[in-house]
Design a protein around this ligand. Structure first.
Ligand code: A2P
Length: 277
């Protein structure tokens, strides 16, 4: 992550200038389509790793000069023990929020509604041996949180992170995180060799190619990782990507005999429907 630069007096506005304002502490641009940033964590904010909050900025003034908050659901990418909150975002040049959000700097304010919710939480799954995390693009954000949570490794013998992006550079955020975990002073020992990483690209040559869905259907991922096909008795899944991806993965998981769970009714897999890639 970039070090936060000194906050200029002009930017050191009172924190309450925006409703639920939080100060940005660092920003890192990964590609021309992707960036991550960290903000101060409200002291009272408690969340479960994998949940999301609504964040945003004030929109442009309307004809009467009134401004409304422009908010979107963002998974918290940092774990629940972290002092700050991390987010990972796409940049859409004509997107109402991300066209502006991509220009934030350390010291700026964003709006953060402190009401975390979501289905990608460990409690929404029945106990099992292997946890499969399936993400495309920025859908890796909630898993960046869960992969840093000690509870994940206390509950599962193996954690498999499958991530598919178009290009190699788009995997960097996840790759750097996964590679740092075994040496992490806080959870490195717990992670040990439990975390398996299976990154693939679809539009640029890389060691592993193809969509997650195709690699599951063909069984290639099981062969490559030396694992048996998914079994509802021991395998659990979490899914976060575009609507089409979620739909396709759900069909595959149901084919393996896994059923969808929820906070109120834990089962074998969960999907985040609030995520829009
Ligand atoms: P593909 O290049 O074959 O479309 P995006 O950048 O559009 O959000 O896509 C991120 C990644 O997710 C891409 O590698 C894309 O593959 C893949 N993807 C998109 N839709 C699906 C789907 N329905 N099933 C599996 N992978 C998908």
């Amino acid at each position: 992550m970039n070090d936060s630069t000194a906050v200029s007096p002009e930017k050191a506005k009172p924190v309450k200038a925006l409703p639920d304002a939080q100060i940005v502490t660092s920003v890192k641009h990964w590609t021309d389509r992707l960036f991550s940033f960290r903000v101060a964590r409200p002291q009272s904010l408690r969340f479960r790793s994998g949940e999301f909050v609504m964040i945003g900025l004030m929109g442009d003034p309307d004809a009467n000069g009134k401004q409304k908050p422009l908010l979107r659901a963002y998974s918290i990418a940092s774990p629940s023990w972290d002092e700050e909150l991390e987010f990972y975002s796409i940049k859409v040049q004509d997107g109402p929020l991300t066209s502006k959000l991509q220009h934030i700097q350390p010291g700026d304010e964003i709006i953060l509604r402190p009401k975390p919710v979501g289905t990608l939480v460990l409690d929404a799954l029945l106990p099992g041996k292997r946890l499969w995390l399936f993400a495309t693009g920025t859908g890796i954000a909630p898993f960046a949180s869960l992969m840093r949570d000690p509870d994940t490794y206390e509950r599962y013998d193996e954690v498999i992170m499958m991530h598919t992006c178009r290009d190699v550079a788009e995997l960097d955020y996840g790759r750097e995180l996964v590679e740092s975990l075994p040496n992490d002073p806080l959870i490195g020992e717990l992670v040990g060799d439990k975390l398996k990483y299976y990154p693939t690209t679809t539009r640029e040559e890389s060691p592993f190619m193809g969509r997650i869905t195709d690699n599951l259907r063909s069984g290639k991922v099981f062969t490559d990782l030396g694992l048996p096909a998914m079994d509802p008795a021991v395998d659990r899944g979490m899914v976060c990507g575009s609507l089409d991806f979620n739909k396709d993965i759900m069909e595959i998981l149901e084919g393996f005999g896994l059923n969808e769970g929820a906070n109120s009714e834990p089962a074998e897999y969960v999907v985040e429907k609030a995520f829009v890639g």
